[in-house]
Design a protein. Sequence first.
Length: 384
Amino acid sequence: MRARRSPLAASGVLLAATASLSAADLPAGTRLLVRLNQNVYSHAVANGQPVDTIVIAPVRAGAETVVPAGWKLRGTVTESGVLPGREKRARLRFAFAKLVDDGGNATPVTGKLAAVDNARETVDAEGRVLGVPAQKGLPKDKAALLRLGVDLDPVALGLIEAGNQTVRAAVGYDRGTEMTVELTAPASVPTVKIGPGPKDLASDAELKKLAAALPARVDASEPLNVLIAGSRSDVEAAFADAGWTATDKLWARAGPAAFVALAAKHGFRPAGAAPLDGQDAALSFEKQANTPAQRHRVRLWARTETLGGKPAWIGSAVRAADLVFDKAAGTYAHRADPKVDTERDKVLQDLVFAGRVSARGLVARRDAKGAAGDDGRLAAVVLK
């Protein structure tokens, strides 16, 4: 069973409001969304090695910010290598012990890993990352083989195919991998004062008029839930700073490219993405960890309208939760996570965290609401 992805809201992580909770108190169970500041691989680290991460979404209690984005969460490696026993699965475990503010002041905390975003591994109840079980031999069914390619680096499949040897996948995460850390004990942090953020566009008349005139969906299953105002170069730079990769560049990398080659070798091809008014997206960005099955994706179409004097782009933000293989058609496609509001809010928060946003807002649109997890609102940002 895969670890569940922690929800991410545009306003950050919200703590439950209780009478005893102050702006400086973090109860046990609080979750912090962080990004790795280094590469970490189970076969190349030792117990006690430092682990450095940065908080990417503020933790709030009501209207108060308890932990702002930009603080550091630090810990150490406490387990690595391969689990003893029959399966001999790779393992990796961290212990988080220090929350560091912008001034370098450290607050003791106790935390464990709860989830790794868009990764192929599982995280157990103790916070231990468990790698994919060792593989020997290849399944005869093509769809099953491709499923194995999703869970095991497709490059390693060549070793199995060539020599029928056992392959054990290491647990490895590159710098920029996003994770959820859960506090296992209460912690008190210094009260912080946060300066003004981006201008609020929620009541902006120009945005409301523009949102009402824009299409609400690409098709029945894909909403248009993001509006970005800025030049093409500004949009590209903003997503790069926020840790996103242009789709063509992402899928040209070794791992994804190897999976595509494996699929093509066995007669499978990717299903095409739906166009908007007959036009393919002009820009597309993705974010993934180490599996082709899961990814964050934003597709953007250029518009003739403007917002705040800048060119407008309408976009679809959807998280791919899995790969689905169609044997009859010889295609594979990503299955979308129905929680599209969470994905929309993630895009908004990522761009704000990157320091690229001068104004932002959520605006409702008539007849745009979809199924559960899709409230129909449009997230708008004006880039600096």
